[in-house]
Design a protein around this ligand. Structure first.
Ligand SMILES: [Zn+2]
Ligand SMILES: [Zn+2]
Length: 769
C-alpha cells in the first residue's frame, strides 16, 4: 500500500501545494516580499541608532539604475551568480551508490509482527551530519531528511559522505513519503543520491524556503519534478504515509525549520528537528519557537521524543541572534570613517544577513556579496517571501570594490571555515581576483569554527592579520550564536513533552549518551534509548490506564542492518570506501608511489625449457625507467639506488623467467630499496615487456609518452586482471593500474614469441584512443 503523489495531494489539498505553482506566482511572491521588507524596517527603527554615517552613498546604486522603484528586481550580479551548473543527467552522478550492496534484508520484524512504532536511523547518530531516518508504523515508513556529511579527509579528494540507502532500493514500496525538516546540507544534501532509489512517485514534503533550496539542487542533477515535490505551511496537519503529520515551528540558524509530530493509532512520535529557542524573534523574522504545540502534545501524550543533541555539553542557554545583531552593529559603528568592513558568516543564516543589512543601513553602508552561495540562499529566501531585504539592493562586488567609497561598504563573504575556494580564504592568501585585503579593513568573523577546521581557519586568520587589518573574532565579541539548543533549553523541551520514551538524535555517540542521562536525571524520563545507525528500534502501543502495569510503552531493538558510507568525489564518482579506493589514496598520500617500466633485453621465451641436467643461464639485462611521486627521492639518489637494487637481483634470475616473475622480483627490490633508503612503503607498479615489445617513449617520466603494447602487467589490465606487481603489493581491493587501450598490431602474443614483438615502427601505426 502506498500513497501516490497525487493521492497525497488529494488527501490534503490545502496542505500540499506544488512548489512550482507557488514559486511561479510572481504576484504572491511580491506580496510575501513586501511583508519581509516591512518587518525589516520595523526592527531597524526599533532599537539601533547611531549619530553618524547616515549620508548613504548612492553612487553605485545610481549607476546601476536603482532607486526607490527597483525593489524585487534581480540584480545582474545576482543573475550571473545564480546561473545553474548541471552536474548530471539524473543518473550519472549516482556512481555505484544504488548498485552495490543492495541485497540486504529489510531490518524490521517479519511482516505483520513486532511493535507497531519503529525508528530506523540511517545516518546522524554517532556523528554530526548525514541525518536520515525511517519513521514507521507497522510495515509502512516515511523517510525523515536525507543529508550529507563533510568528510574529514577532503585532502584525498572526497567531498561528501552520503547515507547508505542502497538497501532500500528493493524495499522502496515500504517508503511512502520523504519529509524534510530544514534546508541545511546535513538534512537535504544527499537527496540527489537517495531519491533515485525510491519509487518515482514517492512525494517529498518541505516548507517553501526549503523547497526552493531543494529545487536548485534537484535541477542541478536533473531530478526536479513538480508533481513529486510538495510544499506545506508550518502548523498544517495532513495524512501522509501511515501517519497524520503535523509540523510545528522551531528556531534554528536558517529560516523555515520545523519539528514533526507523527500521529498514529499506536501512539505519537515527536521529532524536534534542529533547534534552539530564539527568545527575541520580533527582532528577526518574527518566527517564534512554538512552545504551545509542544505543551499540547505533552498533554496529549507522546510515545517517543527525538531531540537534537548537538550542544548537550554546553550549560545554560544560547544567546539571542538579536544580541549578535547589536554586537555587529556596534562593531560597524566603531569603524565609522576608517575603511571597509568585511564580514564572514554561514551563507544559509538568513537572519544574520538581515542583521548585517540593518547594521549597515544604520551606519550608512551598503552590502555586497563575495561568494555565490550567499546570493543563492538569499534568492531562495526572497522567492519564499522570507528574505530580510531585496537582493536587488546589493551592490555588485566587483563594481563596489572598484568604485565605491570604502567607508560606505560592507562586504559579506563566504569562507568562514577557510574552505579552499571560498572568497575570504582566497583573499587571505592574495588569490582573489577582486578582493584585496587592505590595512584599514575590519574583518567581522560572525561564525563558529567547526571542530576539525581549526588549523586551516587559524592559518587563514593569520594570513589576514598579516595585512595589518583589524579582526573581530572570538567569544567576547559575541558575533555568533549557535543554532542548536544548550542544556537548559533541552531540559525545557524534555519536560514540556514528557515522553514515554526518549531517543537522542543528531550528535556524536558521547553526546547522545549525555543527552539520555540528562533526560533521566533532570527531567524524570524513565525510558531512554541510545542506539546506532542501522539499528531499528520498536515501541509498543501505549497501554491504557486500566491495563495492569506501568503506563508506558516498551522499546526494544527489533532489527539491524549493516550500513556502509558512500563517498562522493565532487564529480560523478560515488561509491563505498573500497570502491573509491580510500585506502590507496591515503597510502599514496602518506607513502608515495613508484612506477617502473622494465624493458627486458635478453630474455628467452618462457616456454624455453632446459634439457635435463643443463642449467639455464642467468643474468637478465634490463633498461629501467623509474618514476617516484609523492615521496622524498634524496635529489635523485633514491632512483639510482633502486636501479642498483633491481639490476643486482636480476643478475641471478634465469633467462627464461616469465615477465610476471620479473615484475614480481623488480617490485620486491623497489620496496626493499625504499624501506632501507627512506623508510617508506610506497605503492609500486611495475610493467615489464621484452625489448621491442613496446614501452615508454624517451623523455619525461614514465607514462607520459606513448602507451606500452606488450602483454606484460599492463596487458593483463586490458583483460581485467591485475599485474603481478600489484598482486604482490599485499593491498586489498582493485588497483589503480595504468590501462593501455590497444595491443600490438601483429595480434600475436609478444610474451610467448619475443622475436615477433611489434617494432617501434609498428607501434607508430597504432591509433591510440
Ligand atoms: Zn540544521
Ligand atoms: Zn543538522
Amino acid at each position: 500500500m502506498r500513497a501516490s503523489g497525487t493521492g497525497a495531494a488529494t488527501v490534503a489539498p490545502k496542505a500540499t501545494r506544488s512548489s512550482a505553482t507557488t514559486s511561479s506566482s510572481s504576484c504572491s511572491s511580491r506580496g510575501r516580499f513586501r511583508r519581509g521588507r516591512r518587518r525589516a524596517a520595523t526592527v531597524a527603527s526599533s532599537r539601533w541608532s547611531f549619530g553618524e554615517g547616515r549620508d548613504v552613498a548612492v553612487k553605485a546604486g545610481q549607476r546601476r539604475g536603482r532607486g526607490g522603484g527597483g525593489g524585487g528586481q534581480k540584480s545582474p550580479f545576482l543573475k550571473k551568480r545564480l546561473r545553474l551548473r548541471k552536474s548530471s543527467d539524473g543518473v550519472s552522478h549516482l556512481g555505484s551508490s544504488l548498485k552495490s550492496r543492495g541485497n540486504r534484508p529489510f531490518p524490521g520484524p517479519p511482516k505483520g509482527q513486532g511493535p507497531p512504532l519503529r525508528i530506523l536511523p540511517i545516518g546522524g547518530l554517532g556523528e554530526i551530519g548525514m541525518n536520515c531516518m525511517l519513521v514507521g508504523h507497522k510495515d509502512r515508513y516515511i523517510m525523515l531528511d536525507a543529508g550529507l556529511m563533510f568528510p574529514d579527509f577532503a585532502e584525498i579528494g572526497m567531498q561528501k559522505v552520503l547515507p547508505d540507502t542502497s538497501f532500500l532500493h528493493q524495499w522502496k514500496d515500504l517508503i511512502e513519503c520523504v519529509i524534510i525538516t530544514h534546508g541545511h546540507e546535513d538534512h537535504i544534501g544527499a537527496l540527489a543520491w537517495v531519491l533515485p532509489g525510491l519509487d518515482p512517485s514517492t512525494p517529498v514534503y518541505a516548507t517553501k524556503f526549503v523547497m526552493n533550496l531543494i529545487e536548485r539542487r534537484m535541477k542541478e542533477y536533473n531530478l526536479w519534478n513538480t508533481s513529486r515535490f510538495k510544499t506545506f505551511e508550518v502548523g498544517q496537519r495532513f495524512q501522509t504515509g501511515p501517519f497524520e503529520f503535523e509540523s510545528f515551528r522551531v528556531t534554528h540558524s536558517i529560516p523555515d525549520c520545523i519539528g514533526c509530530i507523527f500521529r498514529s493509532e499506536s501512539g505519537n512520535i515527536v521529532h524536534t528537528g534542529d533547534w534552539r529557542i530564539e527568545e527575541k524573534p520580533e527582532d528577526l523574522d518574527g518566527d517564534a519557537f512554538d512552545r504551545t504545540t509542544l505543551e499540547r502534545i505533552g498533554q496529549e501524550g507522546a510515545t517517543l521524543l527525538m531531540s537534537d543533541s548537538t550542544n548537550v555539553l554546553a550549560p545554560g542557554r544560547t544567546t539571542s541572534e538579536s544580541d549578535v545583531g547589536l554586537a555587529l552593529a556596534n562593531r560597524m559603528a566603531g569603524h565609522h570613517g576608517k575603511g571597509r568592513i568585511i564580514a564572514t558568516q554561514f551563507a544559509s543564516n538568513i537572519n544574520r544577513l538581515g542583521l548585517l543589512k540593518k547594521a549597515a543601513d544604520a551606519c550608512g553602508r551598503k552590502l555586497a556579496f563575495a561568494g555565490p552561495s550567499l546570493a543563492q540562499y538569499l534568492d531562495a529566501a526572497h522567492r519564499a517571501g522570507r528574505a530580510p531585504f531585496d537582493p536587488a539592493e546589493l551592490l555588485d562586488i566587483e563594481e563596489a570594490i572598484d568604485g565605491y567609497d570604502a567607508n560606505k561598504l560592507v562586504i559579506v563573504t563566504t569562507g568562514s571555515q577557510a574552505e579552499p575556494r571560498a572568497a575570504l580564504n582566497l583573499a587571505a592568501f592574495g588569490a582573489s581576483p577582486f578582493l584585496k585585503i587592505q590595512p584599514d579593513d575590519l574583518i567581522l568573523y560572525s561564525a563558529k569554527v567547526i571542530p576539525g577546521n581549526e588549523s586551516r581557519v587559524m592559518k587563514m586568520m593569520n594570513s589576514l592579520a598579516g595585512y595589518g587589518c583589524e579582526i573581530a573574532m572570538g567569544r567576547d565579541e559575541n558575533l555568533h550564536t549557535s543554532g542548536h539548543a544548550y542544556q537548559e533549553e533541552q531540559k525545557e523541551v524534555l519536560k514540556m513533552v514528557n515522553p514515554d520514551n526518549f531517543l537522542p538524535v543528531h550528535g556524536e555517540y558521547a553526546f547522545l549518551q549525555a543527552h539520555a542521562a540528562m533526560a533521566e536525571q533532570h527531567c524524570g524520563i524513565k525510558n531512554t534509548n541510545v542506539i546506532r545507525n542501522g539499528q531499528m528500534i520498536g515501541f509498543g502501543a501505549k497501554r491504557s490506564a486500566s491495563q495492569v502495569g506501568e503506563l508506558s510503552s516498551l522499546a526494544k531493538v527489533v532489527g539491524n542492518v549493516k550500513l556502509f558510507s558512500f563517498y562522493n568525489d565532487g564529480g560523478k564518482g560515488t561509491g563505498t570506501s573500497d570502491q573509491m579506493q580510500l585506502y590507496e589514496r591515503m597510502k599514496i598520500a602518506q607513502e608515495g608511489i613508484v612506477f617502473t617500466n622494465v624493458e627486458v633485453m635478453n630474455r628467452l621465451a618462457s616456454k624455453t625449457k632446459a634439457k635435463a641436467r643443463e642449467k639455464v643461464p642467468t643474468g637478465i639485462q634490463v633498461n629501467l625507467r623509474i618514476t617516484a611521486r609523492a615521496m622524498w627521492i634524496d635529489e635523485g639518489r633514491l632512483i639510482s639506488e633502486m636501479n642498483r637494487f633491481v639490476k643486482t637481483r636480476l643478475k641471478d634470475l634465469p633467462l627464461n623467467s616469465s615477465l610476471n616473475e620479473i615484475e614480481k622480483v623488480v617490485s620486491e627490490e623497489l620496496r626493499r630499496c625504499c624501506k632501507s633508503h627512506n623508510n617508506k612503503r610506497p605503492e609500486v607498479i611495475v610493467m615489464a615487456h621484452d625489448s621491442g615489445a613496446g614501452g615508454m617513449s624517451s623523455g619525461g617520466g614514465a607514462y607520459r609518452g606513448r602507451r606500452p603494447a606488450g602483454r606484460s602487467g599492463a596487458a593483463q589490465a586490458v583483460k581485467g586482471q591485475q599485474p603481478s606487481s600489484a598482486q604482490g603489493a599485499g593491498a586489498k581491493g582493485p588497483r589503480a593500474v595504468y590501462k593501455p587501450r590497444g595491443v600490438g598490431s601483429s595480434g600475436k602474443n609478444p610474451r610467448e614469441s619475443p622475436k615477433e614483438n611489434p617494432t617501434a615502427e609498428d607501434l607508430d601505426k597504432i591509433e591510440w584512443p
